[in-house]
Every structure is written in C-alpha cells, then in structure tokens.
Design a protein around this ligand. Structure first.
Ligand code: B16
Ligand code: MG
Length: 213
C-alpha cells in the first residue's frame, strides 16, 4: 500500500535546469573553461559541489577556491531565478499534487538543491508539502539514498510505502538503493530503471500510477 509521494524539484515540478546551466556557463566563462549544454546533462540532479567538480574536469583546486566558485555560481543562479513564478510549474504537477492531497497521501520534497525552499515559495506551492528534504538535510547526496530516507523518516514511513518521482539517473538510483518505488520522468535511457516511466506529469492521474507500480 502506498502512503506517500516524494517529489524531486528540478526537472519534475519546475525546470530550473536551464538556470543552473546558465549559471555554470557564466562561471565557466569567468574561468576560461569550456562548458556545453551536453556537459550540463551530466549535472542533472547532482549536488552543487559534485557539479563543480565535473565542470572542473578533474583539475585540482584548493578548497577555498572551490568554495568561492560555488558561491559565485549560486549568486548567478539566484539572479536568474528572481522571476520564477507559478507559471513556471511544469504541466500536470499541480493537478497531481491536488489529487494526491485530496486522496489523503502525504507529500514530501526530496531535492538536492539548497535553494529548494526559495524556489517552492516562488512557485507558490509550499503548502502542498508535509516535509521538505533539501541540500541541507543530509551529507551524502544522490545517488546515495540518504536524502529520500531522510524524507521518509520525517514522514515516519517506511520507504516501501513511498513513491519517489525523479528525473535524474542519480535520483532514481538513490531511490532504488533506498528501497522506494520509483516513477522516472524523462527518456528511458535516463530513467529506464524506474518502476514506471513517464515523459512528464501532464495528464497523469493517480489511478494510472497505482495500477502501474
Ligand atoms: P543548488 P533537484 C538539483 O535539484 C539540480 O538538478 C542540480 O542541477 C543542482 O546542482 C542541485 O539541485 C543543487 O542545487 O546549487 O541550488 O543547491 O533535481 O535535486 O531538485
Ligand atoms: Mg531533478
């Protein structure tokens, strides 16, 4: 029996990936590094620190410089997300959240982002979430299962009765490792190991999910 849904944020509820890309791109330009949209795909769902390490392509930098670059990238990102508003919620997300709510399911957020609360607030959908697990909640980020386990334990539920909705390979791997049921959002080559794969949330109804898991 399913009792709760844990939603990823970027790529599932809203598309902040474009703003993350622009912010990393600007940092890369500052530092005379090459960073393409294709490089950005590997950063999907990956923490800020691990994203920076990928961008630096194995080159070693002192910790202080890494911290400064992460802060600079985040200041660019914060500039880009200033105008986020409820129109930026991806199709179908609100309808599904409403249906889950009215059917008594618990809802949590499981996002690697340290800006997740800010983004939820700008989207105007904080009230849907019983619990928020974000980039501050655990030390080890996806693909470690810790973030989703944190969300389940905050909800006081076993992973077996929670469904994780994720768009990143690292996120689905994290959920599988934690013993959750999974819905993958996106192409099969990215989220094919999920129990149920959907291109996006538009038109998705609770009964379709329950019959497919
Ligand atoms: P921040 P998600 C992830 O969000 C993004 O997909 C990823 O691109 C980003 O690096 C990560 O959050 C950390 O974000 O720099 O804001 O702390 O998909 O887990 O909702
Ligand atoms: Mg995501």
């Amino acid at each position: 029996m399913i009792r709760a849904f844990i939603f990823d944020l970027d790529g599932v509820i809203t598309d902040t990936a474009e703003y993350h890309f622009r912010a990393w791109k600007r940092l890369a330009e500052d530092e005379d590094l090459i960073f393409t949209r294709q490089d950005n795909e590997a950063l999907r769902g990956v923490s800020r620190r691990d994203s920076l390490l990928l961008l630096l392509k194995g080159n070693i930098y002192p910790e202080g410089q890494l911290q400064e670059m992460m802060e600079r990238k985040n200041s660019y990102y914060l500039e880009f997300i200033q105008d986020i508003n409820p129109n930026d919620i991806l199709p179908g997300a609100i309808e599904l959240l409403q249906e889950l709510r009215s059917n008594g399911y618990q809802i949590a957020l499981g996002s690697a982002s340290k800006n997740a609360r800010d983004v939820l607030q700008r989207l105007g959908i904080e009230e849907f979430f019983d619990q928020i697990s974000d980039g501050y909640s655990v030390e080890y980020q996806k693909p470690a299962p810790d973030l989703f386990l944190h969300a389940a334990s905050q909800l006081k539920l076993s992973p077996r009765v929670c469904v994780v909705v994720e768009d990143a390979t690292s996120g689905i791997e994290a959920a599988v490792a934690g013993g959750f049921r999974t819905i993958g959002i996106g192409p099969l080559e990215r989220v094919g190991i999920a129990d149920f794969v959907l291109p996006d949330l538009s038109g998705v109804r609770l009964k379709d999910i329950l019959s497919s898991l």
